[in-house]
Design a protein around this ligand. Sequence first.
Ligand SMILES: Cc1cc2nc3c(=O)[nH]c(=O)nc-3n(C[C@H](O)[C@H](O)[C@H](O)COP(=O)(O)OP(=O)(O)OC[C@H]3O[C@@H](n4cnc5c(N)ncnc54)[C@H](O)[C@@H]3O)c2cc1C
Length: 211
Amino acid sequence: MLNKLVFLSALSVVALSGAAQAATFNPGTYTAVSKGNGGEVPVTVTFTKNAIESVKIGANKETPGIGSIAIEKLPKAIVDSQSLALNGVSGASITSHAILAAVAACVKQAGGNVDELSKAKAQKAVVKNETLNADIAVVGAGAAGQTATIRASQLGKKVILIEKMPFTGGAAAVNGGTVVIQGSKIQKEAGVKDDSPAIMTEDYIKNGHNL
Ligand SMILES: Cc1cc2nc3c(=O)[nH]c(=O)nc-3n(C[C@H](O)[C@H](O)[C@H](O)COP(=O)(O)OP(=O)(O)OC[C@H]3O[C@@H](n4cnc5c(N)ncnc54)[C@H](O)[C@@H]3O)c2cc1C
């Protein structure tokens, strides 16, 4: 059902074009390590005389599905834009920052001008504006937003689901992989009598250290 709906991800690596002009480097391959969310993020950068030729990220423990998105997107964005003036990937700020910091360290080693590469000169973000019409716009593609979107769609409404992160699922994308629904039909069918929504509420409050 969801693939029939319009899904917008409001994120992204926004490349600011034209930041680096006539940069010069001592050609070669340089490495640097920066601290990410899950530990060290090793980065290897190869320079020609006037360009950042490649950016490669080594073994790391960044969160799959979150930090890994920055690892997938940022190296290409740096090479494509020949710039360090890039926005991080939404939800993966720490990993994004680690990559940019390590690449900056490599630029320094190669005799490049980090300040110049970090300047957002031609601040023309590569963002596409589009006007969409719908009966309902749902903000947030977590479990609640997805459920609302699917149900409204089943009822014949045209729905737009908007998510700010680079992935859908919200907390359900990182949770324990189970769904607790006390008082559900499934519990009743299984003959469960010692559980209830009130008990779940108590459990959750206790779980959250009464906060
Ligand atoms: C670590 C962890 C473990 C858990 N374990 C379990 C478990 O084992 N079993 C269980 O049943 N529950 C568990 N939970 C709870 C459960 O995952 C959540 O209650 C449920 O997923 C919440 O769904 P939601 O749609 O209400 O909110 P969320 O999942 O928080 O969704 C909200 C969405 O809205 C997006 N959003 C917010 N603001 C904007 C904006 N301005 N524009 C666009 N998008 C926006 C967010 O990015 C997010 O995707 C766990 C939660 C966590 C964090």
